[in-house]
Design a protein around this ligand. Structure first.
Ligand SMILES: [Fe+2]
Length: 261
């Protein structure tokens, strides 16, 4: 059982180029090639936000075309570059996106795991955000399945990652999120995106990590934001035979499919 995490795709409409992230669509294509080449293949793909650059209908149409080639079920979560309503409209067949009216959070079974995706976005806010309603929803979801190993996914990491330009935006109500996490030891991992690099650290009794971006990476410690030379990548979260969750960074340029004779 493998959950593959892709993040921060930043898909743009064709012809729209940003100098620091050229041709993000081709990066998505390479990520899909990687996912298809993996053996065993992931059971599902979870995309943890910044699916598009501006959240426009054009961009979501292009994202939809790109993901149409993916042979593995995909679940989407918005990031601060996305627009919740436009995402829901473009992916109307992804019914889980409307589980909650005011935020795009949802939960599902991926036996033996449970996955909870928590929407941490708020319009025009770059940093993380959770309010009473989202916290109550999360608490109730966790209470329902207290003994199931759970992956909690959100776009914004709840810890300071060292990417100073993004840490500076803060995360509203992160302390209250931490209280809930501390009370629920079934949370095997918190998985996030946003920082385009892969720090991980203990947080309120679990391990919290962020995924590399499928597009260019950010440099830890820089403000303003710096673009690094690391290869793009994904995370895999694999439930192992000894009943533990193993998280790995897989680089997209890492010649994953090469065989040693
Ligand atoms: Fe991003």
């Amino acid at each position: 059982m493998i959950v593959a995490q892709i993040s921060d795709l930043h898909v743009r409409r064709a012809g729209h180029v940003l100098h620091h992230m050229p041709n993000t669509a081709s990066y998505v294509e390479r990520a899909i090639d990687l996912l298809h080449a993996m053996d065993p293949r992931p059971t599902l793909v979870l995309a943890t936000g910044d699916l598009t650059e501006r959240g426009s209908p054009h961009e979501y149409r292009r994202l939809r075309t790109l993901l149409g080639r993916l042979e593995i079920p995909a679940f989407l979560l918005p990031g601060n570059h996305d627009r919740r309503d436009a995402l829901r409209r473009a992916f109307a067949d992804h019914a889980y996106l409307t589980t909650c009216a005011t935020h795009a959070s949802y939960a599902f079974d991926a036996w033996p795991l449970r996955v909870i995706a928590l929407d941490s976005t708020y319009p025009s806010r770059a940093g993380g955000y959770v309010d009473d309603e989202r916290l109550a929803w999360l608490d109730a979801e966790l209470c329902e399945h207290p003994n199931r190993p759970t992956i909690l996914a959100l776009h914004h990491p709840p810890f300071r990652t060292g990417v100073r330009a993004l840490d500076a935006h803060g995360f509203l109500n992160v302390e209250r999120l931490g209280e809930i996490v501390r009370r629920n030891p079934q949370i095997a991992r918190i998985i996030c995106g946003h920082v385009h690099t892969a720090p991980m650290q203990p947080w309120n009794g679990t391990l919290a990590c962020t995924a590399p971006s499928t597009s260019p990476q950010f440099v830890v410690g820089r403000s303003p934001l710096g673009i690094g030379l690391e290869a793009a990548g994904i995370l895999t979260h694999e439930w192992t035979f000894d009943a533990a969750l193993r998280t790995s960074v897989v680089r997209i340029d890492g010649r994953y499919a090469a065989l040693i004779a």
